[in-house]
Design a protein around this ligand. Structure first.
Ligand SMILES: [Zn+2]
Length: 245
């Protein structure tokens, strides 16, 4: 098993046109880069990755089923806390599917994704102007962070701010993490309330099967979009994506 970037010989002694190692077959660098990019994309659809996203869909069903238990439904605080924890776990799991878990910093990343997916619900308390759970769950209208139109606005603004601040490649995936955290949260809420596409209004509540399948598909969609926008290559280099060769 070798790291993704370790196969690219960038030492000064190697030819600028030839990417192969001295002791290996000489192949054009551009071809080697394209081949490895394609492999990184294929890894998105590896059996381990598909199994992980299938597990994510199964977790959604199991968690939602558990939340329907009378002992949970009858306790407002418990219901709100466990529902929010489920949002966090779905966000965490989704990001884990996107990046894979290979080292300790990956763990911090998925925990941050889970936290982001979870804290979105704090806007309920902001809108209620109170820390009362009862007030927070019985708002006359949906709170601001639940507007799905804001997802691309937030992600692109964050990307722009990172560009302005010249943040290093290590942070390049942050807008995508925000996208996954918000999108999974909104899609899960949409089963009850529909998607709120302000200023256009709400869609109808999402069919349950569509919520589960969308949640399981989103990490792969995110990976493909990251590949198409070039973020995936930077992540691969950062994480040293393990590819069996
Ligand atoms: Zn919510």
């Amino acid at each position: 098993m070798q790291g993704f970037y370790s196969k690219l010989d960038s030492s000064p002694s190697s030819s600028p046109l030839l990417g192969g190692r001295r002791d290996g077959p000489q192949i054009p660098l551009s071809l080697a880069v394209e081949a490895e990019k394609a492999q990184a994309l294929l890894q998105t659809f590896s059996s381990a990755s598909l199994l992980a996203s299938g597990g994510l869909g199964a977790f959604c069903v199991a968690a939602d089923h558990a939340l329907q238990m009378p002992v949970i439904q009858n306790h407002l605080w418990l219901r709100a806390a466990l529902d929010n924890a489920t949002h966090g776990l779905v966000g965490l799991w989704s990001w884990a599917v996107v990046i894979g878990l290979r080292k300790r910093s990956d763990l911090y990343e998925v925990l941050l994704a889970g936290l982001l997916a979870s804290i979105i619900d704090l806007d309920h308390f902001y809108m209620a102007g109170s820390l009362s759970v009862k007030a927070a769950v019985s708002l006359p209208q949906r709170p601001p962070l639940h507007c799905s139109s804001l997802i691309p606005v937030f992600c692109l603004t964050l990307r722009f701010l990172m560009w302005l601040g010249r943040l290093k490649d290590a942070w390049c995936s942050l807008p995508w993490m925000l996208f996954i955290s918000m999108a999974t949260h909104h899609v899960r809420d949409a089963v009850r309330h529909g998607l709120w596409l302000c200023p256009f209004g709400n869609t109808a509540p999402l069919p349950y099967w569509l919520y589960v399948s969308t949640t399981a598909t989103l990490p792969h969609l995110c990976s493909v979009l990251m590949y198409l926008t070039g973020t995936r290559d930077v992540i691969s280099a950062k994480h040293g994506v393990a590819i069996d060769v």
